[in-house]
Design a protein around this ligand. Structure first.
Ligand code: 3H9
Length: 723
């Protein structure tokens, strides 16, 4: 193995290069190499300046996250960065790519910093549930002031080199070759007689770093990072920089960072970091197949989903043909798209020029012939399988033979739709989430005959659209009857109704929430209990936003409603039948006044629930918050276990990514399967078995859950055994 650090001399200049692919993470071996290099160069009187740079695509992108569970490994980042800062010769950091976390902290410990204009620098630690732990909370306030430093740490997203130069984080922008430019800059410093400039020696500017400012920034951070403690801890560390000496501040930072890295929050977020990346590796998928080039996309259907997908594609620079059968619906769709962009301009998310460019990429039309010569067709019409089959049947006679074909169905049998297209090998499910231009998840559904090329193309598209693509199977690996799972599993022919995300939601979470209404809990009571658990939004507020007719239609059109035993989504479906479709009709589980989006409890809903409970012979009682949590969250775990055993999802981590990016499951709990592991599967199994004895039918424990609980294993262990 080549060493991850090396020293090259150019006369009196020493260039230290870190080479630790793929992202030059500051692993133990990098730290050891860097420390040894700084110690030897510090002693060397023939050296006049040192440049620290990185090979490959980026500067150090952070500490090595894989080491976080191993405890302290010497030398620590603090020891290494102190050695850099105490070097008697000026040390210049040369940045390209992303200087993140410990990488940014390394740059802060250097005496001078230069960067190419495309470089980005930031402290994203909070996204991992930790705080900067290599001096970032102490050095950054000394360089750019406590106020701006806290903002950067709480925002946890990197800034560009130009902005970094403006605020004093970068000293010099290098327009041409970085290696040449950094060396020239170092020589210039030698020429000027500029000595070392330790950041730790600078005073902290605390101007504007007052309680009101801190409260306001903290509230914004908590909104983005629901349920996390790390933002408060970051404030504590930055405050220490304004109150204590540098060394005392470092001690305080280390104390907080070491404790926090072991917290449940940090473990959960670390799990999600790796799970999101693992999702792109699909078992059995050939890595050598190149993706198809996608430049022109036809989207069929200009409803909420279709136009959201159109906007997402245009945001990524793709040309879009938005096709709708009805002229009024098309013009509504295009107007709504424009409104989305105008609002983005209003909130300064994009410029007016960007809006014009993106709208120019979208062309609306009424004829299906617009699919001619496109590279990708995405169908986004209502959940009616016959309608979808008709549309794909017609594509056969049009000129799009080389295109990837995709349905945005969220529940229906993809293989049946694919068969109607006559090209099932070119067919995938692209299940976007609403609003499509905001939600990060893209559930990519693999049909029985989907080719590797189609799947690789779908994954590449997800990346291009800046989504997290998670591949799931349309149907079980083997006939379902064989597994003795009574109900709630996949459907006829092994098709998994709702794939992974919607199946768990409809067959577990929402079904049980609906049942709890009949047993006596009010919609707002259930919503509040699950929001306290950490969900972004309670199930009934969410259902009202999504529209109750959509779910009813898919339950009816797929025939699943007829195959399930009541009570099964009784309240939701009865509301929809009575025209209470949710927010869009002014009433659903809640009522809405004058077009406002605030859900208000509605006595009419209460009366309907009571009437249904009477009809079904369900005795109403008081339901407490703890029961609501268990009754709604545990079915997710149970259904998730069935989905894993059937091979519908490939890994428990995939399910966690789906639920945290698509359904508002609290990230700080790591997703339903990670959460189950953290509770202990034996405990979860016992509770589900108890509920099965009490409530029967839908609560039958999944065989995989039983097996793991009895053998004392976790979902994570089960997954590792199968790698
Ligand atoms: C920190 O620094 C704490 C300090 O304050 C305290 C220290 C005491 N470690 O994302 P990609 C892997 S906390 C280990 O697909 P991209 C990743 O798993 C850290 N591995 O590439 C993947 O592996 P695989 C603060 C890492 O081009 C491969 O690299 N830093 C790390 O789309 C490629 O990753 C961060 O939070 C790591 N730090 O994006 C930055 N980073 O191929 C985290 C990546 O086996 N990283 N890997 O799946 C990122 O944001 C993105 O990876 C980056 C590249 C933007 C750098």
């Amino acid at each position: 193995m080549p060493l991850p650090t090396s020293i090259r001399r150019e006369g009196s200049l020493a260039i230290v290069t870190i080479d630790n692919p793929p992202v030059n993470a500051m692993s133990a071996s990098v730290r050891a190499g860097l420390l040894a290099a700084m110690q030897s160069l510090s002693r060397d009187s023939s050296v006049e300046a040192v440049v620290i740079a990185c090979a490959g695509r980026t500067f150090v992108a952070g500490a090595d996250i894989r080491e976080f569970d191993s405890g302290v490994i010497e030398p620590t980042a603090r020891q290494v960065l102190n050695a850099v800062e105490r070097c008697p010769h000026p040390v210049v950091a040369a940045l390209h790519g992303t200087a993140l976390g410990a990488g940014a902290e390394l740059a802060l410990a250097c005496h001078y910093r230069c960067a190419v204009p495309g470089a980005r620098i930031g402290l994203p630690e909070l996204t991992l549930g930790i705080i900067p732990g290599a001096g970032g909370t102490q050095r950054l306030p000394r360089l750019i002031g406590a106020r701006r430093a806290l903002e950067l740490i709480l925002e946890a997203s990197p800034i560009g080199a130009t902005e970094a130069q403006r605020i004093g984080l970068i000293d010099r922008l290098i327009q041409d070759d970085l290696a040449t430019g950094a060396v020239a800059y170092a020589r210039e410093l030698i020429g000027e007689g500029a000595g070392p400039r330790p950041t730790s020696g600078l005073p902290v500017d605390s101007d504007g770093f007052d309680d009101a400012f801190i409260e306001q920034r903290l509230a914004a951070a908590h909104k983005r990072m629901r349920g996390q403690r790390a933002p408060d801890l970051a404030v504590e560390a930055v405050r220490a920089a304004t109150q204590l000496s540098f060394e005392e501040g470092l001690d305080r930072e280390a104390q907080i960072a070491l404790r926090q890295v072991k917290s449940a929050e940090a473990k959960a977020l670390r799990h999600l970091f790796f799970a999101e990346r693992a999702a792109a590796r699909v078992p059995g998928l050939s890595q050598s197949v190149p993706p198809l080039m996608i430049q022109r996309v036809a989207i069929i259907g200009a409803g909420t989903m279709g136009r959201g997908i159109a906007g997402t594609c245009a945001d990524a620079g793709l040309q879009v043909e938005l096709i709708e059968a009805d002229a009024q619906a098309l013009s509504n769709g295009l107007a709504a798209l424009r409104a989305i962009y105008e609002s983005a301009v209003g909130r300064e998310r994009i410029t007016a020029e960007q809006m014009t460019e993106r709208l120019a990429l979208i062309h609306g039309g009424l004829a299906l012939e617009a699919v001619n010569d496109v590279d990708l067709v995405i169908e986004a019409v209502p959940e009616d399988i016959e309608l979808k089959k008709r549309i794909f049947g017609r594509l056969g006679s049009l000129n799009c033979a080389g295109a990837l074909l995709a349905s945005n169905t969220s529940t229906l049998d993809l293989d049946e739709i694919a068969a109607a297209s006559g090209r099932p090998e070119s067919f995938v499910g692209l299940h976007f989430f609403s609003p499509a231009h905001v939600m990060r998840l893209l559930e990519i559904v693999r049909g029985r005959r989907t080719s590797d090329e189609a799947l690789v193309t779908a994954l590449a598209l997800a990346k291009r659209l800046r989504k997290v693509g998670v591949v799931v199977a349309n149907s079980a690996r083997e006939p379902l009857a064989a597994r003795g799972s009574e109900i709630g599993s996949g459907e006829r022919g092994g098709h998994s109704f709702g794939f992974v995300g919607n199946r768990m939601m409809l067959e577990g979470y929402l079904r049980e929430a609906d049942q709890l209404l009949l047993e006596g809990a009010a919609p707002d009571r259930i919503d509040r209990a699950l929001e306290r658990f950490g969900f972004a939004m309670g199930p009934f507020t969410m259902s009202d936003m999504a529209g109750l007719d959509v779910a009813l239609k898919s339950r009816e059109s797929s025939g699943i409603r007829a195959r399930r035993r009541p009570p099964y989504h009784e309240v939701a479906d009865e509301l929809a039948r009575r025209g209470r479709l949710g927010q869009k009709s002014g009433a659903g589980f809640y009522r809405y006044e004058g077009g406002a989006r605030t859900p208000l409890p509605d006595p009419e809903t209460t009366a309907l629930i009571e009437e249904l409970a009477r009809r079904l012979g369900i005795e109403r009682r008081t339901v407490n918050d703890e029961e609501i949590e268990v009754r709604c969250v545990y079915p997710l775990i149970n259904e998730g276990a069935k989905i894993l055993a059937e091979g519908i999802a490939y890994r428990p981590g995939d399910i966690d990514v789906i639920w945290t990016t698509g359904y508002g499951f609290p990230r700080v709990r790591g997703g339903p399967m990670f959460y189950a592991d953290s509770l202990g599967l034996a405990n979860v199994y016992e509770e589900i078995a108890r509920l099965y004895a009490r409530l029967g039918q839908y609560w039958q424990p999944a065989p995989l859950l039983k097996e793991l609980a009895e053998s004392g294993r976790s979902f994570a262990q089960w997954s590792n055994e199968r790698q």
